[in-house]
Design a protein around this ligand. Sequence first.
Ligand code: FES
Ligand SMILES: [Fe+2]
Length: 443
Amino acid sequence: MATRDDIEHWKSLPFVRLNEGRQSKAAEKQPDPDLGFGTIPASRYTSPAFHKAEWDRMWTRVWLVGGREELIPDAGDWMTHTVGPENFIFARQEDGSIRGFFNVCPHRGNRILPTDGTGAAHSFKCGYHHWEWDVSGQHIHVPDIETFPQLNGCTQHLKQVKVDTWGGFFWFSMNPDAEPLRDYLGVIPDHLDPYRFEDMKLIDWKTIEWDCNWKASVDAFNETYHVQGIHPELLSWLDDWNVQIDCLGRHNRYIVPFTTPSPRYRDQRTLSEVMVGMAQLNGLDPADFEGNPRGLRLAIQKAKRAKQDDSIYPYKDLSDDQLSDDYHYMIFPNFTMNIYGETMLLFVSRPHPTDPNRMYYDLMNFAHLDKDQPYQIPDHQTYRHGQISLGLVLDQDAHNLPLVQAGMNSSAYDGLILGTQELRIRHFHKTLMDYVGADVDAD
Ligand code: FES
Ligand SMILES: [Fe+2]
């Protein structure tokens, strides 16, 4: 059992961020913004008025992820996607571009397509009275159009949203005046393009309805301070202390060293079972690291570097610590990525249409696959909270969130008291309030 003094000593040891080999601008530490230490009001997580203001002033102004490009590869392919009270149709066009529309019939308001689906079509026809549009959203046919003198022979086209692509995803904005997606993303493509997300394949896709505010979900993955609290199993192989946090315009990230024990871990001399497995997976002899588990991380970087020329993974273009560590990015407001050289785990937190106490958590797994490896796009499955296991770690996170939400609704709770390890949450709130405006901080 480590004493508090032991832990303070291990926390104070120097940590190697990058070693020899390829360096990366993406790894550079940015100066921390001075955002103070004020309490973040709990009402931002519980108030219906704030929820509504957030929709009107933030969700409808920003760029949001719509889906994965590989889900609609050919002209006429479509998929639908919900954010808050709105549902959208995204359709691949003849010229290869993607257009997006509100999934609402201008006649009497029916949904034109199923609200959570994919398909292929020559045209979109509303099921109620059969008004019809081509896949570019242009009107084709209104039965008995002569009975609608107000239409002058032509119904409305479908109402469009802006669409652009990056990283193998299509993104959209309800804001007709939104800046170009690349400007919105800022430095993110410069940092992350080397991972080649567009070449990764989607291998798992689930949505779980969670009983918490969407921001509680974003927050849960934006700090490592909770690892010692609810994920003690991770401490033998993940360093939750030597974490680099960077605020990147609207967005932010942290870099978490993997395959190295946390200073909080009780045994700094013996490789845990997970560390032994990681050594073996990388062709290294675990015995070489007995007495020095911290050496494994740099050895794994070297092992991956050595095979970079024959690898299906983009090791060649990654910095040394990108070969071993978790590069964890949050693209404002709700796109959270756990990024590794081989795989990427994506969380998208979507708001409930009306209830600040509920949300939808999209979980997508991606991997670089060998070209010969058989591949099929997975079905999208939807669950209620607790209906299925998401694995030990995510189950631990999920278990906590409804309890957090309940506590936030208590009259005894004032708001979030955030420490320096939670800077990303404070920065997220700064960006959020830049959109929403301080005048709507409800109480
Ligand atoms: S509601 Fe769509 S055609 Fe009437
Ligand atoms: Fe967690």
